[in-house]
Write a protein that binds this ligand. Sequence first.
Ligand code: SF4
Length: 471
Amino acid sequence: MSELHDECGVFGIYKNDEDINIVDETYLALYALQHRGQIGAGIAINKGGNMVYYKDHGMIPEALPEFELNRLGTGNIALGHVKYSSGEAVDHENLAPLVMRYIKGQLAICMNGCLTNYHELRDELNQGAAIFQSNGDTEIVSYLIARARINSATIEDAVIEAVNKLKGAYAIALMSPSKLIAVRDPMGIRPLCLGKIGESFVFTSESCVFDSLGGEFIRDIEPGEMLVADEQGIHSYKFAESKKTALCLFEYVYFSRPDSVIDGVSVAKARQRAGKLLAQQHPVDADFVCGVPDCGIESAIGYSMESGIRYATGLIKNKYIGRAFNDRKKNNEYLMRIKLNALKHNVEGKRVIVIDDSILKGATSKHIVDLLKSAGAKEVHMRIASPMFMNPCYLTSDTTPKEDLIASRMSNDEICSYIGADSLGFLSPESLHEVAKECKLDFCDACFTGNYPVDITDTTRADKYSHKIKQ
Ligand code: SF4
């Protein structure tokens, strides 16, 4: 139950089947991507060059009510987005897709990721008298495309010129009046894949979407690749060759759904492997092993398989907490109590091993140990299916500063004592790469090791979201 904030999720569909409703398909896809963002959601529809959209705050049913979906009607291309951001002001303008009018008509765009040269690009655009509606990365990218389009022969050329100015992590989906386009950053930090529903082409963040829609996964989009869907089919353009790749390892630890396959590796399998490695590295005698829902479950199963200690449910998660509740109750401790409860019947009088995906600030882990002990657990041994999270991530939406990361200022034993566990063990940094060893890409593991795959010269990420206040 990571304290790291989720990623965003992107989806785009180019319709080639008469009988599918692309609004319905996009709506269902966003449900499958809901775990990547709960702050807001949006859908944009392209009706032969005329774009309409609806976006709002909240989880899918709150953000996209049926009467608004009906109002969108139907079209030939669609984009969808779920948003999570702890840093960006949660204004309507920061929700996506962003739909704009420019020299060639309309353009809609959404993205997952974070630009490390945001300030530089924004300052440059400001000097050209750009007028921003939002304070997010997506608008920067749309401006760059619009500017490049003035002298480009095609939208493809304009997008390539624009993304070659970007630094950082991004998975972008956009639609021009006649094309659907997807772009993955040169190091492949953020995931993005291609699939089909019937004969219609789909670009999306995770492969679980194809299972939900009864579609077919075709392949991952390569790092530095742009794919274009139009009436002739799919076209691939390699816009950048990077010497290194750096897929975010946290996709396997926490961001992605267990039923997704990211760059050739099943997320569920990677989590089970992490659990097995944890059992080898931090064995302990206990009555049963349980996982913190949702991301600790598969690792707990792996720990159980390797150790021979039976798996059982120790914690129950309330799955029905929407944004309205979050707004109403700002008190974190109260929120955690509603989100999670211990299963007293299983826990009472037992020695429990509890597996979680990560520890950031430590408050959630402390609460979990407290819950289990209050339910009568005799011993609570916490095991973490990732290494100590010691460094801020500048490549996701999260803005947790280093001083708030408990592992950056406390040892294993000190954290154990702080959270009140009987023992604590983290996966070793070396073995984390083992969990997804078949992956064809190298990894970013910077939050554990401090080795960032891109130059992080601007560490004032939080400032970038305060443009509105400054202005
Ligand atoms: S620093 Fe961590 S969370 Fe951020 S991209 Fe790298 S592996 Fe992922």
